[in-house]
Design a protein. Structure first.
Length: 342
């Protein structure tokens, strides 16, 4: 139970035309809200989900003393396509292949307009793949977004980031259970175990492991236990086909990958009118500070605030490390409430 109103539901989209030209049959978005929508509908913060996450996984930062205050904001969490709650390979027999961030944000736009009559967002807040969706919101619907918080994300998936993703795809494709097109005859247990162990080497920094934080802070008795409980078991909870589909979405992430911008990233960044808070993790191995720094000159109104942390990519979702959570909370709250540069 929470001390503020919450609601959940499923938004039926029907047969949804996709950016690829294919159709997602019987599409639906699962969603949850925290807080109360103001009479003027001007207190909305959209909070898209990240890779393999479902909305309960990300609610830790919502609360009166959290990063997002439900007593001030009406927080809408739309579950991303492919996460097992919204339309995904695991619940859609005729999954069409690539579903992009562009597809997600267009569906989310319908969700907030048709369910609550929301036409303007105070902010879009996202971490990781959620940040990619937030960036797409800012670029595709500039008239509807006042602020955007990009936590450990980028406007285009960097080449080195894609190397990581291609490696994970190859691990799943090498499974005996793999039957092509992102589908599996059964859950590939051995491949998912390898998948989790590879992920552990990218999501946390070299400095994290050098400091032995997997034992001293997270309480694992040894490295193998940590890899099993924090990574293997984490991904074993998700169907491999869903994991594969979201890898494809992540790999294709690019706010300029549409007819409006024709691949011109600088032009897409320049079209953004929202105020942006760029919060990369200083030791993130795939969404680098350098990626956001390169975007900065093309943005009209943006602030770069790297998270000073050795927790790598997890610095942007610090549910287990209070110092990073405090930095995130203080910086985001100041940004959401400000009208001038921080």
């Amino acid at each position: 139970m929470t001390g503020w109103p919450t609601a959940t539901g499923t938004f039926e989209l029907g047969d949804l035309p996709l950016q690829s030209g294919a159709v997602l049959p019987g599409a639906h978005l699962r969603w949850k809200t925290h807080g109360t929508l103001s009479p003027r509908r001007d207190n909305v913060v959209l909070y898209p989900t990240s890779y393999a996450a479902q909305h309960p996984d990300l609610e830790w930062l919502i609360g009166p003393d959290g990063v997002l205050d439900p007593e001030q904001w009406f927080i809408v969490i739309p579950d991303m396509f492919g996460n097992g709650l919204s339309s995904s390979p695991s619940n859609t027999p005729d999954w069409p292949g690539l579903v992009t961030a562009w597809d997600n944000v267009h569906a989310q736009r319908r969700l907030i307009a048709e369910i609550w009559g929301i036409e303007h967002l105070h902010a879009v807040y996202g971490w990781s793949m959620g940040a990619q969706q937030a960036y797409h919101w800012a670029a595709l619907f500039p008239e509807q977004v006042a602020r955007t918080v990009i936590t450990c994300g980028s406007a285009r998936t960097a080449t080195h980031n894609r190397v990581f993703l291609k490696g994970l795809m190859a691990v799943l494709e090498a499974a005996p259970e793999y039957r092509g097109a992102g589908r599996f005859s059964a859950e590939p247990a051995a491949s998912l175990r390898a998948f989790g162990r590879i992920y552990a080497g990218w999501a946390l920094s070299q400095d994290f492991y050098r400091a032995d934080l997997h034992r001293t802070t997270l309480g694992a008795p040894d490295l193998d236990t940590f890899l099993r409980t924090d990574w293997e078991e984490r991904f074993a909870r998700r169907p491999a086909a869903d994991l594969y589909a979201q890898l494809c979405t992540w790999d294709a992430g690019d706010i300029s990958r549409n007819p409006g911008f024709d691949g011109d990233l600088a032009r897409a960044l320049g079209a953004i009118t929202a105020r942006l808070l760029l919060m990369p993790g200083e030791t993130d191995l795939y969404f680098r500070v350098a990626d956001n720094a390169a975007e900065l000159p093309h943005l009209r109104d943006a602030i770069l605030r790297p998270i000073p942390s050795i927790w790598g990519h997890r610095a942007g979702n610090p549910s287990t490390h209070p110092a990073d959570a405090a930095f995130l909370r203080d910086t985001v709250r100041a940004f959401l409430g400000s009208s001038e540069d921080m």
